[in-house]
Design a protein around this ligand. Sequence first.
Ligand code: CO
Length: 216
Amino acid sequence: MLIEESYRKIFEENSKWVKKKKTEDPDFFNHLANGQNPDYLYIGCSDSRVHANEIMGLQPGEVFVHRNIANMVVNSDLNILSVINYAVEYLHVKYIIVCGHYDCGGIKAAMEPKDLGILNPWLRNVRDVYRLHEKELDAIEDTKERYNRLVELNVYEQCLNVIKTAEVQKSFLANGYPRVAGWVYGLNDGILRDLKINFKEELNHIRKIYDLTKGE
Ligand code: CO
């Protein structure tokens, strides 16, 4: 299909989708226009093959989504920090999920000995994760397996980065939420795997050094 045709088709598909939704529930859009009340914040990779709502089986309005290359939670990224702030303080989400995926191009690119221009500083954060877990990763001989383990460890470290924020620490201590979870999605089998990060244990550990619960 020509790209012009494919582009036009998006609007045709949209009209069909609107009709279908209205048939299923005449109040569908009125309901959504009244506001959002999602229980989940999903932080995932921009990869076109990993679609948050679809893999979680959730409808519009049920998950607040942030995506970037390699699902990073970077300390100086105003974008992700604003998303976390809004999700915690205004939407009162119950879970913050960091979802990586096996065969992630961002993770692979980060491990290439190559100058990637503006991507260098972004992917540097992935290299830092490698350095933190160097022993474990170096012991894995198969390159693909090593990258996939790096995907899991990257998710784990990004979960810790979420837990390092004042919003998450303060809200959890006051309200018992949000909890932080780490998942990895398999592109080749469609399966979501929960890394079963022990949130309370990690929070206590993080607070030893990164405690931001005092003040205000
Ligand atoms: Co990816």
